[in-house]
Design a protein around this ligand. Structure first.
Ligand SMILES: *Cc1c(COP(=O)(O)O)cnc(C)c1O
Length: 373
């Protein structure tokens, strides 16, 4: 089979989605499946929907358009603040966008009016991540302006945690979202359908002991795709962490000496010379590199250690048996490595429902494990 390739087990993605949807349903929260790390891959998007995601979201309009072209008709939100240069495309392919700039919302409204449609707006509030968001004290004013604007409908508010700052969501910030939602409804009228409490990083909070308040939506990418909590890196109980496998081919294996080392014969006189280390190691080259993935985000198989990477190669050392030229190595990936792979034209994407693997974690575990980790 061709390499490098990424093998995607759609059954595992569906299972992970289903588990999270059911656990969160008990807390009054619905799940929006975030497809950006999968580059809007339609099979992966459909697996999220089959697992019970209430809708999809992506940060890039190109990914949204890819899903639309593949025939996906569900509600898709754009979760990155829209670019002014893409307003037409955004109105044409996503029903909702997350916004922070009044100038942008005005353009969305104008475009929606031109096409006799209504574009839904969710206002993002700054809660401490210091990436996107309207300052909480300015939110009411922004909401009142959106409510008055024909062409757009104010559907909710949302917040983002962790992405830039790495800080985990806290109950105080969540409580603030609830009171902001109540204030806006009280002052300006529209029922806020959605109060979106963040991403996978919000799962420990959402599945913890606290109250959810008005928060009724989470936007989940990493937890669904990789089964891990992005803040701690811990795997989430009952979820698959190996839905994705990167496969790379060995193109060279040779026994090579350890690097020449600089040795001091007499430190007092700084008398230095180059000597050979006696160790010889088996080194192999894999035909995959920085152009395809983030090599630091790969989990190497037992007995294989990472030496380095360049644009088109990964160099490894193997302790036990040498890696035969033409053989393949399989890797699990972290979020950054996965994102790069899914965006790399040089990596073939192969998705399948592997039933034997799917049965590894029984679906019943979704119901019997209420705790996150
Ligand atoms: C990427 C992103 C998400 C999803 O984050 P995960 O950690 O993958 O769950 C949610 N919301 C916004 C605004 C994002 O950019």
């Amino acid at each position: 089979m061709t390499a490098p390739r990424i093998e995607v087990d759609l059954g595992k993605i569906q299972h992970n989605t289903r588990c999270l949807v059911e656990r969160l349903k008990a807390r009054g929260i619905i799940v929006t499946g975030v497809t950006k790390a999968a580059c809007g891959h339609p099979d992966i998007a459909n697996a999220m929907l089959a697992g019970g995601a209430a809708g999809l979201a992506d940060a890039r309009i190109t990914n949204v358009e890819r899903m639309r072209k593949a025939g996906i008709t569900c509600h898709i939100s754009l979760i990155r603040t829209p670019m002014l240069s893409q307003i037409e495309r955004i109105c044409a392919s996503s029903e909702t966008s997350y916004n922070t700039e009044m100038e942008v919302i005005a353009e969305l409204a104008a475009e929606a009016m031109r096409t006799s449609s209504v574009h839904n707006v969710i206002l993002m509030v700054e809660v401490g991540d210091m990436r996107e968001g309207i300052m909480p004290e300015d939110l009411a004013d922004a909401a009142s302006q959106v409510v008055k604007m024909p062409g757009v409908a104010l559907k909710g508010i949302g917040a983002n945690f962790t992405c830039l700052s790495g800080g985990a969501p806290n109950p105080e910030a969540m409580a603030m979202l609830t009171s902001l939602a109540n204030d806006i409804e009280g002052s300006y009228g529209p029922v806020l359908e959605t109060v979106s409490g963040g991403s996978s990083a919000s799962l420990p909070w959402a599945l913890g002991l606290g109250t959810m308040g008005r928060v009724n939506n989470l936007r989940l990418g990493e937890a669904i795709l990789l089964g891990v909590d992005p803040v701690s890196g811990a795997s989430i109980g009952g979820l698959h962490t190996d839905a994705f496998t990167l496969v790379a081919e060995v193109i060279e294996t040779k026994i090579k000496p350890q690097k020449l080392v600089l040795q001091s014969v007499n430190p007092a006189r700084s008398d230095l010379r180059l000597v050979h280390d006696d160790h010889w190691k088996t080194r192999s080259l894999l035909a995959v590199g920085f152009q395809d993935t983030d090599a630091a985000g790969l989990k190497f198989p037992l007995g294989v250690t990472f030496v380095g990477a360049t644009s088109d190669h990964i160099v490894v050392e193997s302790r036990n048996s040498p890696l035969r030229v033409g053989s393949e190595l399989r890797f699990q990936l972290n979020y950054n490595a996965l994102m790069r792979v899914m965006n790399a034209p040089g990596v073939v994407k192969i998705s399948s429902h592997d039933r034997s693997l799917r049965n590894e974690i029984a679906d019943s575990q979704c119901h019997t494990r209420p705790a996150l980790m």
